[in-house]
Design a protein around this ligand. Structure first.
Ligand SMILES: Cc1cc2nc3c(=O)[nH]c(=O)nc-3n(C[C@H](O)[C@H](O)[C@H](O)COP(=O)(O)OP(=O)(O)OC[C@H]3O[C@@H](n4cnc5c(N)ncnc54)[C@H](O)[C@@H]3O)c2cc1C
Ligand code: FES
Length: 244
């Protein structure tokens, strides 16, 4: 883990409530897709955890949805603003069990961490299929960016206004995959757990306190005993998960 000051280089609205922010600073502690950064915001006591969407040299990309005061503050930041970040947090996804045809399943703001994962899997010669789930067509983001990487992209929307009608699990019929990686809201993760037929890894974007293992506020039970999702996660393997 590293603490550092990052400068906002870009803050762009992608959909009605989802923003992409590019920040420049010391990204050297970020070692795996699925890790997150924890952002100190003016007037907020707790830092806000956001997944790494991309890391290219000194540029860090995050994608966030405005849901409350902290993310609202973020959306108002202009290029040149400075933020205090903890970087290199969490275990991230393990690429080694991916096989030749990994399947990525993302829901809403669970999509961003899968982008760096797709980039690294494709660079390693894998045939990636990405199923991206949203509520409506106007909430879809990053489908073209996944396709530009070389992934096969399937969009699912709950109301059927774009792509497959339904949830990401409704797009699984007939898909041939060697392993899966997923991130999204917990009901989606539970559905993915039930619908998938191979091993896989789940990233949990639960509420957190300190974000680096000190407060025990994110402890959950697993087959291997209690784990802190911020430090031992946020990625857990399918076989170790115990659902509440
Ligand atoms: C490891 C990790 C990675 C994350 N990655 C991303 C990401 O890439 N993009 C993104 O948009 N969000 C991500 N989140 C969620 C993000 O941290 C929260 O949305 C953010 O902290 C909310 O801050 P706020 O001050 O705007 O909202 P608050 O004022 O704190 O809360 C507003 C509302 O949102 C709910 N809420 C807050 N945090 C969460 C949460 N973690 N899960 C579910 N509901 C929550 C609250 O219950 C409340 O109803 C991630 C969370 C974790 C733990
Ligand atoms: S959030 Fe403090 S230990 Fe995980």
């Amino acid at each position: 883990m590293k603490q550092g000051i990052f400068t906002v280089a870009e803050n762009t609205l992608l959909t009605a409530s989802v923003w992409r922010m590019r920040l420049v600073g010391d990204t050297s502690a970020i070692t795996a897709p699925g890790q997150f950064v924890n952002i100190r915001l003016p007037g907020r006591y707790l830092r806000r955890p956001i997944s790494v969407c991309d890391r290219e040299g000194e540029t860090l990309t995050i994608i966030y949805k405005v849901v409350g005061r902290g993310t609202d503050v973020m959306s108002r930041l202009q290029p040149g603003a400075q933020l205090d970040l903890l970087t290199g947090l969490g275990n991230g996804y393990d690429l080694s069990p991916a096989g030749d045809r990994p399947l990525l399943l993302g829901g809403g703001v669970g999509v961003p961490p899968l982008w760096l994962l797709a980039k690294e899997l494709i660079a390693a010669g894998k045939q990636v299929t990405a199923v991206l789930g949203f509520n409506r067509a106007d909430e879809v983001f990053y489908a073209e960016e996944f396709a530009a990487l070389g992934a096969r992209v399937i969009v699912a929307t709950a109301d059927g206004s774009a792509g497959v009608k339904g949830f990401v699990t409704d797009a699984l019929d007939g898909l041939d995959y060697s392993y899966f990686y997923t991130c999204g809201p917990e009901p989606m993760l539970k559905a993915v757990y039930r619908a998938t037929t191979t091993g896989g890894q789940f990233s949990f974007e639960e509420r957190m306190g300190c974000g680096f293992g000190a407060c025990m506020g994110c402890t959950c039970q697993t087959i291997a005993g209690p784990k802190r999702l911020c430090r031992d996660g946020p990625v857990l393997r399918k076989e170790e998960i115990i659902w509440n």
